[in-house]
Design a protein around this ligand. Structure first.
Ligand SMILES: [Zn+2]
Length: 320
């Protein structure tokens, strides 16, 4: 059997026909035209899925269903996108629309929850039953996998790990709160910290790395320049790793997962990202002595994490 995996982003929707081994047999995409109304966007998506099924020589009965990973506030019980800032969607019945157009069972979840299930089914978490996933991007997305199932919480809105407060009266967060993990551990936070350090230290190699253009700073800049031994970049990375590991330590104490998986662009730093976290976890005994070791991995699914995560939603039967 196959599943249709739909990874919805702010600029395009990536779609794949995925088999149970996690192989993407066919892929296509649809640009997001913000001029279109929200209902029209989803109708076009459903019609495109129908068209591709036919053109590729498949039948609807070859598919277990459609899985959709969507950014924003998703109610996975009603199948509606309550709100998505990136897409300008409000109270949109995504599941109802796709189901009526394609006739396929459809399931939707927040994109980070979908990525969590994808890693558990096809990626770095395959051998484990209890996992936590953090995607380090513009914000920090979170996913939780407990006893071999995706944990969704009330209305499917659980797993907002980015908004755990790790510093009282701390930095302003996009959610309106102060001191959230996301305000310290997202790629956006790292980029802001890197730029701040550059403005303070005009002699730092960080400036050479971006050829004097501070707008070229990205989530990799501080890591790459720290590898060259620049003390300013090293300090930025040390500070970032400190907050990231505080958050991970808290999740380990709450969930005691078998492993924590890190995704998003920064996860390309691999052991430079995971090693300081593992060292802090070990030094703190995960909060308690004699605790089991929690492994820290980076995502294995890379650019396909979105499609595979979405498809995994369709493969995992929902327990009512
Ligand atoms: Zn927040």
């Amino acid at each position: 059997m196959l599943a249709v995996g739909i990874d919805i982003g702010g600029t395009s929707m990536k779609i794949g026909f995925v088999n149970e081994k996690g192989e993407i047999l066919h892929r296509f995409r649809l640009g997001v035209n913000h001029e279109d109304g929200q209902v029209k966007m989803v109708k076009e998506l459903g019609e495109l899925v129908n068209q591709e099924i036919e053109e590729q020589g498949y039948k609807a009965s070859d598919f277990v269903g459609i899985g959709v990973g969507c950014p924003g506030c998703i109610n996975s019980e009603t199948g509606r996108c309550d709100f998505s800032g990136n897409l300008n969607w409000h109270d949109l019945d995504v599941v109802g629309l796709l189901n009526s157009i394609t006739g396929l069972d459809t399931r939707i979840a927040n994109d980070a929850s979908a990525a969590m299930l994808g890693e558990a089914m096809f990626g770095a978490g395959k051998e484990y039953k209890n996992l936590v996933l953090l995607t380090l991007g513009t914000g920090v997305g979170g996913g939780v996998y407990i006893n071999g199932r995706l944990y969704e919480g009330n209305e499917g809105k659980g797993g907002e790990l980015g908004h755990m407060i790790i510093r009282m009266h701390g930095r302003q967060c996009t959610c309106g709160s102060h001191g959230c993990f996301e305000a310290y551990a997202s790629a956006s936070a790292l980029i802001a910290d890197t730029k701040k350090a550059m403005k303070k230290h005009r002699d730092s190699k960080l400036w050479d790395y971006v050829h004097g253009n501070i707008d070229d700073v990205n989530g990799a800049t501080a890591f790459e320049v720290a590898k060259l031994g620049d003390p300013v970049a090293e300090e930025v990375v040390k500070n970032y790793s400190y907050y990231l590991s505080i958050g991970v330590l808290n999740y380990c104490n709450i969930f005691r997962p078998d492993a924590v998986i890190l995704g998003g662009g920064i996860s390309g730093q691999r052991e430079y990202l995971t090693r300081p976290i593992e060292e802090r976890l070990a030094a703190r005994h995960y909060g308690f002595p004699m605790s089991p070791k929690v492994r820290v991995f980076v995502s294995e699914l890379g650019n396909d994490a979105g499609i595979l995560g979405a498809a995994s939603l369709a493969f995992e039967k929902v327990k009512k």
